[in-house]
Design a protein around this ligand. Structure first.
Ligand code: NAP
Ligand code: MG
Length: 408
């Protein structure tokens, strides 16, 4: 394409670069699938682990601020440093997970959606459409307090009001022998943010929203989640949902789990933190490969951050560094870009950009359905004489060839 024919993206996109094998693929995706066809302004933040270290992680905060300024960002996978990484990259300290930092600033909920292709069947034969998991990424057991009870004794739970009011105290258990206890919490603000993100996302995608908790057993904690969702729905979403022809449906988590298995998919399933953690891995595994799972952080304030659900694919990167051939799947990275472009196009009112995003996704899916795929999929795809295992770059080249056809 000449400069004149390129599709113009109106508003700046915030780009967060990352680490290892995903960083290698990130550049290939931009060079081969985006820059030849799009004229766009990118505000670039390099979240490479060394850059985070050099800036004392200021770069991550700056990137999150930029997403809040422009509204839409796209992020490559990044290393969350542990002790090994501190040694490997000679880091000043074990910097926090960039995703954690960004989530805390954007106040978001994470939505994960598998990419389905017709030659890789989900293990659940009734699933025709993707099941999207909306996981509340705040509180509960992830910030719980636990005590090992060594001997007989009374365990109590107490709330002490800051205004000097009467403390509220309950007995958890009178232990006659050793045991364990756990204290967990959540906040009304965070639950409401979670609810709003789920309603926003379901309406945006025009799909039903299911929400489930164990409210019959947890009559205050889980029931409160149910009530916050219900009130928010009645107040701000009921009319919009009815107009869009979609429904909000609350049910007990056991019932939801059984129904999901027998459903054809195609809904957003909102889940509390732990439930979402478990169920999103189950859905990912049932759909084939981690590399076929997209992820978007939706903030109740209307910010969007798109990424792949997988990590930096360290094992493949070491092979790459050794000069060996890799066959790493770039699908989730490609879909991070297409998701971000479509959202940008919607917000800007530029249908051409949304159309490009659709064509990019179609080109990528058709490449796999035509038999050209990376190793992770090659081993699980329906057998066909057309199937061909390609390397990392060959896959992206094959997508580029199809995309060119679609755009010409
Ligand atoms: P990972 O990068 O997700 O990779 C785990 C394994 O899954 C890979 O070794 C590979 O299996 C397979 N896999 C994942 N993505 C693939 C792809 N695109 N194509 C083909 N195979 C793929 O997880 P990890 O190795 O546990 O973590 C590596 C680094 O990523 C860590 O430093 C972690 O902190 C970081 N991480 C970042 C994010 C994020 O930024 N969102 C998320 C998770 C982890 P085989 O080796 O069997 O081929
Ligand atoms: Mg998990």
């Amino acid at each position: 394409m000449t400069q004149m024919d390129k599709i113009k993206v109106k508003t700046t996109i915030v780009e967060l670069d990352g680490d290892e094998m995903t960083r290698i693929m990130w550049k290939m995706v931009k060079d081969k699938l985006l820059f030849p066809f799009l004229e766009m302004d990118l505000e670039y933040y390099d979240l490479h682990i060394k850059k985070r270290d050099e800036t004392d992680d200021r770069i991550t905060v700056d990137a999150a601020n930029a997403i809040m300024k422009y509204g839409v960002g796209v992020k490559c996978a990044t290393i969350t440093p542990n002790e090994d990484r501190v040694r490997e990259y000679d880091l000043k300290e074990q910097w926090k997970s960039p995703n954690g930092t960004i989530r805390a600033m954007l106040d978001g909920t994470v939505f994960r959606k598998p990419i389905l292709v017709n030659n890789i069947k989900p293990f659940v034969s009734t699933w025709e459409k993707p099941i999207i998991i909306g996981r509340h990424a705040y509180g509960d057991v992830y910030s719980g307090t636990e005590i090992r009870i060594p001997s007989a004794g009374r365990a109590e739970i107490t709330f002490i009001p800051a205004d000097g009011g009467e403390p509220v105290k309950r007995t958890i258990n009178d232990f006659t022998a050793p045991g364990i206890i756990q204290g967990i919490y959540n906040t009304d603000d965070s639950i409401l943010g979670f609810a709003r993100a789920c309603f926003t996302f379901a309406l945006d995608q025009k799909i039903d929203l299911w929400f489930s908790t164990k409210d019959t057993i947890s009559k205050i904690y889980d029931a409160h989640f149910r009530d916050v969702f219900e009130r928010e729905y009645e107040k701000n979403w009921k009319v919009k949902f009815e107009e869009a022809g979609i429904e909000y449906f609350f049910t007990l988590i056991d019932d939801a789990a059984a129904r999901v298995i027998r459903s054809e998919g195609g809904m957003l399933w909102a889940l509390k933190n732990y439930d979402g953690d478990v169920m999103s891995d189950m859905v990912a595994a049932a759909c084939g490969s981690l590399a076929m799972m997209t992820s978007v952080l939706v903030s109740p304030h209307g910010y969007f951050e798109y990424e792949a659900a997988h990590g930096t694919v360290q094992r493949h990167y070491y092979k790459y560094l050794d000069g060996e051939e890799t066959s790493t799947n770039s699908m989730a990275l490609i879909f991070a870009w297409s998701g971000c472009l479509r959202k940008r196009g919607e917000l800007d009112g530029t249908p051409g950009v949304c159309e490009f995003a659709g064509k990019l996704e179609a080109a990528a899916i058709e490449t796999i359905e035509g038999g050209t795929m990376t190793g992770d999929l090659f081993s699980i795809a329906r057998k066909s004489p057309n199937n061909r295992k390609v390397n990392t770059e060959e896959f992206i080249d094959a997508v580029a060839a199809r995309l060119r056809e679609k755009l010409s």
